[in-house]
Design a protein around this ligand. Structure first.
Ligand code: SF4
Length: 244
């Protein structure tokens, strides 16, 4: 595993847990608004400081009894085939695990769930994926999901991940960063329809800071009122629907 960062304490990223967050390098997407290009682009990963697995596990050992959760995020953690072994080791230290994923590796999700190596999953939904939205966007010549994530996408895998997570019996959430120029209110309403019924769906406002595509640093985020309007329209689809 390439560990590109460690946040030693988070009170907000893992519901009901005092957690640390470990950032793994490597990602299957290239979302233009991504804030973590140093964990995504190979040329940047190579120059970014890393911490060793030993250092990470020494930290977990030291914090036993003080922290009770680990958030594994990235990048996209499921791109590394060593993730199950890594998660198993974290579990052996007595920590609960939250996994942040973009849903591109449903087989890995299934494996982690079956082996009880994950306690909470948060999956990003990047764009609508209903059949009518899969058609080529004439303006851009690619599908909406591909425009949002900057690479070719197997939407069947995204759909499968949503299904696996909803049927997993473990706690979960879906979430979307709402980016002007990529998403409109109608897109988010369609996403809500695509993934509902579901327990929790969070909307995150885009922040124009150190984005993977520098052009996105000039984009102004939507006003909060607009997000509230979207939230009101999609709330009936979920048990919980909030803006973060
Ligand atoms: S925002 Fe997109 S490119 Fe960045 S880490 Fe997440 S999935 Fe990868």
């Amino acid at each position: 595993m390439i560990i590109g960062g460690l946040q030693k304490l988070t009170l907000i990223d893992f519901p009901d847990r005092l957690a640390a967050t470990v950032f793994l390098a490597g990602c299957s997407f290239r979302c233009p608004w991504c804030y973590s290009s140093e964990l995504v682009l190979p040329e940047k990963i190579g120059k970014h400081p890393t911490i060793s697995e030993k250092e990470f596990f020494d930290f977990l050992k030291e914090k036993q009894g003080l922290l009770d959760g680990v958030v594994i995020c990235g990048g996209e953690p499921t791109t590394d085939n060593n993730l199950p072994d890594f998660a198993k080791k974290i579990k052996e230290f007595g920590y609960a695990i939250k996994l942040d994923t973009n849903g591109t590796n449903p087989a890995m999700l299934e494996n982690l769930i079956d082996k009880i190596l994950v306690d909470y999953i948060a999956m990003d939904i990047k764009a609508p994926f209903a059949a009518k939205f899969e058609i080529l966007n004439p303006k851009f010549g690619i599908s909406n999901y591909e425009r949002a994530v900057g690479v070719k996408v197997d939407l069947e895998k995204i759909r499968k991940s949503v299904k696996i997570i909803k049927n997993s019996g473990i706690d979960y959430e879906f979430r979307s960063t709402v980016v002007p120029g990529i998403h409109t209110k109608e897109d988010i309403i369609q996403i809500a329809k695509d993934i509902s019924p579901a327990k929790k769906y969070y909307l995150q406002n885009f922040r124009p800071e150190k984005t993977l595509d520098p052009k996105f640093e000039k984009i102004r985020p939507y006003r909060r009122e607009y997000l509230l309007e979207i939230q009101k329209a999609i709330s009936p689809f979920f048990d919980i629907c909030r803006i973060r």
